[in-house]
Every structure is written in C-alpha cells, then in structure tokens.
Design a protein around this ligand. Structure first.
Ligand code: SAM
Length: 268
C-alpha cells in the first residue's frame, strides 16, 4: 500500500506490531462490547492488521463467523498465522483495501474497525463501502483516535521530531487525528448511517519505566521512518527529549501514558 502520507510501513513492521497489542487490548474489549455480536452473526473486521479484534471475538464466540480484511498483505499474513496457531476455524483474513471491498451488498450482520478509519486513503469511500456491505439494521462499531492533546504518545512524537527531521519525514499526525472532534460522525451521517452514538473513552499504556517504553517504541519500528531520518549522532538526544516529556507520567506503579479515543457506533 502507498506510504505517501507517512503512515508506518505496515508490511515491514507486521511481525513487530503485536508489541503494542497488550496496551490497546482495552479498546478491543470496549469495541466488542459495543458490537454485541450474537451466535450465528457474520462479522466484518476492517483494517484488522495482525488480527484484532477479530481473533479475540473468534475465541470468545465460536458460533460467530468473522471475516477480517486489511490493505497490508504483511499484516494479513501475521493474522492468518495466528488464527492457524490458535486453531480458530470461524474466521478468515483477506488482503483488501477498505475503499474497495469485494463483498456483495447487504452481506454482513455487523462490522468493527479498531484504529483504521482515520488511516484510510479515502475515509468517506471506506464508510460508503461499510454501509453497502452491511445488512439493513446492521451496526458498525468504530474506534478512532481523538485530538492530538488526548493522544499523549503521538503528541510526544510530534513534539520531538518537528524541528529535528525534514517535513517530508514527519509522522502522519494530521492523518491520525483526522477523525476527531465529530468528523467521523459527520461522514457517517453523510454516507447514510443513522443512530450515531459516540463515547469518548480513555485508557493507558502501562510500562515498568521509561526504558521499557522506549525499547518497545524502537523494537516495534513504529517510528522507524523518523529515527532513520535523524542526522547522525542524534539518537541519544531524541531519547532524552522523549524521557523529559514522559517524566510527568512516571508513577509509583511505573510509566502510565493516558490516551483518549472515540468509540462510535452507527446503524445502517
Ligand atoms: C493501527 S493498525 C490497527 C490494526 C488492528 N485493527 C488493531 O487494532 O490491532 C491500522 C491498520 O490499518 C490498515 N489500513 C490502513 N489503510 C487502510 C485501508 N485503506 N484499507 C484497509 N486497511 C488499511 C493498516 O494496514 C494497518 O494494519
């Protein structure tokens, strides 16, 4: 898939993405509760990445059938391997952009998408496709990041890199926050969804200390493009800048980094 907007290279980091999985698990739980799948339902999980929340739903509800899709083939391969390893036969994954779903009209009972819509090349086209493939009365449950102010880790990334690397290498912050402040709800209404409801939720990344957070960030390659763009010898300076921003979030229980997101549910 194109990386013109400086999203992380999902294919390359596919094997490392799950370093974040325990930290974003609470969002998956909230999303699945809102989805409220019932035995016999066929669910579409869009931008499933390495398989969440599709895998969790498949384990929790063996009588629900799930199709997970993602634009990045590398992420889909990891998701497929996990499904095989866990002997889950009620879900399958396919490489497919959200804007070009190959499913028939009125095909799925409900659909979910965790932290995908704001990254779509064309979110409105993706939402139109969601509406098309849902059965009448079907529910979509979508988690998107909210404003930069509430996304502590992304805010740090923006602050640290803004004056240190060229504009062309900056993280895709505008894209990440592009569905905040009611934008997603407006688009859902525009394409024809109704009964749109939003919860503004908060969760936190928990790390033993700053070192553990830094190691996770480097190992997961989520900032690879930005770190690669640094002038030689600047890595320690960048690490210190992150450590300074993280300092207020150090607690007796370790480093606790709060994040806000929007959980939006709408009906076809
Ligand atoms: C932050 S990851 C989320 C993955 C997974 N849903 C999770 O929460 O663990 C975002 C995913 O969106 C996918 N993505 C980005 N643009 C897409 C598009 N236009 N269509 C489908 N997937 C897309 C990426 O490939 C990536 O796997």
């Amino acid at each position: 898939m194109s990386r013109a907007d400086n999203q992380p290279d999902w294919d390359t980091l596919a094997e490392k993405f799950d370093l974040w999985a325990p930290h974003i698990a609470p969002v998956g739980e909230a999303l699945l509760a809102a989805l409220n799948a019932q035995p016999g339902d066929h669910i579409l999980d869009l931008a499933s990445g390495t398989g969440e929340p599709a895998l969790t739903l498949a384990k929790q509800q063996p009588r629900v059938t799930i199709t997970g899709t993602d634009a990045a083939a590398g992420m889909v391969q990891v998701a497929e391997r996990k499904a095989r390893e866990q002997s889950l036969d009620n879900l399958r994954f396919q490489t497919m952009a959200a804007e070009a779903l190959s499913f028939p009209d009125n095909h799925f009972d409900h659909l979910s998408c965790r932290f995908g819509v704001m990254l779509f090349a064309d979110p409105e086209a993706g939402l139109q496709q969601m509406l098309r493939v849902l059965k009448p009365g079907g529910r979509c449950a979508l988690a998107v990041w909210d404003t930069l102010k509430g996304m502590t880790g992304v805010y740090w990334t923006q602050q640290v890199f803004k004056d240190r690397i060229p504009e062309s290498e900056q993280p895709a912050v505008d894209k990440i926050v592009s569905m905040s402040d009611g934008v997603l709800e407006g688009l859902l209404e525009k394409v024809g969804f109704s009964a749109i409801e939003t919860q503004l939720n908060c969760f936190a990344y928990h790390f033993a200390d700053f070192e553990a957070y830094w190691q996770n960030s480097v190992d997961s390659a989520i900032m690879k493009q930005q770190l690669d763009a640094l002038p030689p010898g600047k890595l320690d300076e960048v690490k210190c800048a992150f450590a300074e921003l993280a300092q207020p979030y150090q607690t007796d229980a370790g480093l606790v980094i709060p994040h806000e997101y929007r959980l939006v549910v709408a009906i076809k």
